[in-house]
Design a protein. Structure first.
Lengths: 230, 382
């Protein structure tokens, strides 16, 4: 362990004995220790390298202001000529057109060919739902032995729904699906954010490849003893 | 005596009401302008429903300012548990009052002759004319600096009395920043004082009514272009707005010296800022943009080059002058808001370096060059 303090070469005034004579001569001559123009170390990795014009500050500030002012005037003229000068979508008055085709934001209940919901009120979806947002009230229909249970009330609380899609996977009847849409939920009251069965019976089977309507092959619409679900 | 009092009260009421409404309007202008220049729509939801109908007046979101004001009025006046009660309560008023007082010496129009305006009142006023200004004081510019310097006190008081580290830091920053830029502001205006030979603001405005070489209007900005830029910079820094909003830098200091304020007390700090935008606009207009003057315009009407004279009645002249003044102020307010939404914030050391190492030497150089030129000119004429 050497406790001897190290004297910096250039800064010591009284420590002439420590400084080698050759180095002293070099210092007195004023020879630079390295070529400063060849290698200038940056203060930090992205230290700014600005030209004098940029360092003059005011021209660059004016350039920036001209950019923002240009955008401001462009948007203002658009607004004043009746066009839309913003890329904002006016939810809920406007609906975005660029929802992804795979967006699954809204539930629908599929229907049998006669328009009744395909749901048999088995409560599988309500059981599997991690957010516990599905409420089903089952009814009994003695006239339809194939589907004696049917939903009287089928409601989803969208203020709590997490859109995980587990209800769709749990459904044994393919009665609930999600479609690329968003429910219109802009409200100041959380009890307005429930979607009832009427809101979800919007399935348009004509456009459904999986379940064409009327069924292909011209098979008669099965009711009564035979299940209409394949 | 009575007519003088009447006119004075009228001017005071008009100025205070005008300033308040401009301040309120500027909150809307700021939100809307920022929205438009960043491809957004901006505030547009608040509405007033006509009673007994379903007609909702939105008016481009103009009522958002009113909604904000109401919200602040009805908010709980929350106070920190350990605070200096007297200074804490006093601080918002100390910030807000001087801002309004500055406007007292700023002329917003030429001479008003009420007897000529309304002939029925001519005997009552007896041919007296009044400068359109609350107080036409001889030390006009000095009063402006005296009062605008007082706002430093308010911010420091707010910072100290809140008993909060962020507030204290904000107050200290506000103090050093405003004192630094106050100096620059004073030095930039010195050049104008040398040229116009007066500190009385009405005198300065009257000096700017002519033309230089028959081409340029004799506005201060053409005599002192550099000083105009420096003045605007220093004034924005004085107002503590971006890029100089270090005292309330929300990324570092929550909201700086008024972190612990709530409700209308916080609203007063915000509102003082917006009124000060208008005051800076008025001051810049008075000093550098010829106040209420238009090129070729005098109290009798327009005298265009080529000998065309467009005579105007006294009422039209007064109205034109006030409107011209308001228009210039409005343009400057928009410019300030544009700057606020375009530039990034300085770092604190950069901000102080900017004041002491760049603005101060440049304004000193500007002042000395102006002094030499004025001296040369006076020696040439004498």
């Amino acid at each position: 362990m050497s406790a001897e303090p190290r004297t910096p070469l250039s800064e010591s005034s009284s420590g002439a004995a420590v400084v080698p004579a050759a180095a002293l001569v070099q210092l007195q001559r004023g020879t630079p220790r390295y070529d400063a123009t060849a290698y200038r170390r940056k203060a930090y990795w992205n230290a700014p390298t600005m030209t004098w014009w940029e360092r003059a500050y005011l021209p660059e500030i004016l350039r920036g202001l001209s950019i923002t002012t240009g955008i401001f005037l462009r948007n203002l003229t658009r607004w004043m000529t009746g066009k839309k000068g913003a890329i904002t979508t006016y939810y809920p008055e406007e609906r975005r057109v660029d929802y992804a085709p795979r967006n699954r934001g809204k539930h629908i209940l599929t229907q049998r060919p006669d328009g009744t919901p395909q749901c048999i009120a088995c409560n599988m979806c309500a059981t599997v739902c991690p957010a516990k947002v599905i409420e089903i009230e089952a009814g009994f229909d003695a006239k339809d032995p194939a589907h004696p249970k049917y939903p009287v009330r089928f409601e989803i609380d969208y203020s709590r729904c997490v859109f995980c899609g587990l209800c769709i996977e749990a459904c044994p009847e393919d009665a609930i699906r999600m479609e690329p849409d968003v429910p219109n939920l802009a409200s100041t009251d959380r009890f307005d954010m429930w979607l009832t069965m009427d809101d979800m019976l919007t399935w348009n089977p004509r456009q459904d490849v999986a379940k064409p309507y009327p069924p292909k092959g011209g098979a008669p619409i099965a009711r009564g003893d035979v299940s209409s679900t394949p | 005596m009575l007519p003088d009092l009447l006119v004075a009260v009228m001017f005071i009421v008009a100025s205070v009401v005008g300033l308040m409404s401009i301040g309120g309007l500027l909150t809307w202008v700021e939100r809307k302008q920022a929205a438009v220049m960043s491809d957004r729509i901006g505030a547009n939801r608040a509405y007033i429903r006509l009673p007994f109908t379903n007609i909702k007046l939105v008016w481009l979101g103009l009522f958002h300012g009113m909604a904000d004001g109401l919200k602040m009025l009805f908010k709980e006046d929350w106070k920190p548990r350990t605070y200096d009660q007297l200074t804490y309560t006093l601080a918002p008023y100390v910030v807000f009052t001087p801002v309004l007082l500055v406007f007292a010496v700023i002329p917003f129009g030429g001479m008003l002759d009420p007897g000529q305006l309304i002939p029925a009142l001519a005997p009552f006023f007896g041919g007296r004319t009044y400068p359109m200004q609350i107080a036409d004081l001889d030390p006009g510019l000095l009063i402006v600096f005296a009062f605008s310097g007082l706002t430093v006190l308010g911010t420091m008081l707010a910072g100290w009395s809140s008993d909060n580290k962020f507030s204290l830091l904000g107050g200290l920053r506000a103090g050093s920043q405003m004192i630094s830029y106050e100096l620059v502001m004073g030095l930039t205006v010195m050049g104008l004082i040398l040229i116009f030979g007066t500190v009385q603001l009405r005198g300065m405005v009257q000096h700017q009514s002519g033309m230089i070489w028959g081409v340029l209007p004799a506005w201060g900005i053409f005599y002192q272009p550099l000083a105009a830029v420096l003045f605007l910079t220093a004034a924005i820094a004085e107002n503590k707005r971006i890029p100089f909003d270090l005292p309330e830098a929300e990324a570092e200091l929550v909201s700086g010296y008024f972190t612990e304020y709530s409700g209308m007390k916080m609203g007063l700090f915000m509102f003082a800022e917006f009124v000060e935008i208008a005051i800076i606009g008025a001051l810049f207009t008075t000093l550098f943009l010829g106040g209420y003057n238009l090129p070729y315009m005098s109290d009798a009407g327009f005298t265009l080059p080529g000998g065309h004279v467009v005579a105007m009645g006294h009422g039209v002249v007064v109205l034109t002058q006030v409107l011209v003044f308001l228009l210039k102020v409005a343009v400057l307010c928009v410019v300030q808001i544009q700057i606020r939404w375009s530039l990034p914030r300085f770092r604190y050391d950069q901000m102080l370096k900017f004041a002491w190492k760049l603005l101060l030497p440049v304004s000193l150089a500007n002042l000395s060059v102006t002094a030499v030129l004025v001296w040369l000119q006076q020696r040439g004429t004498a």
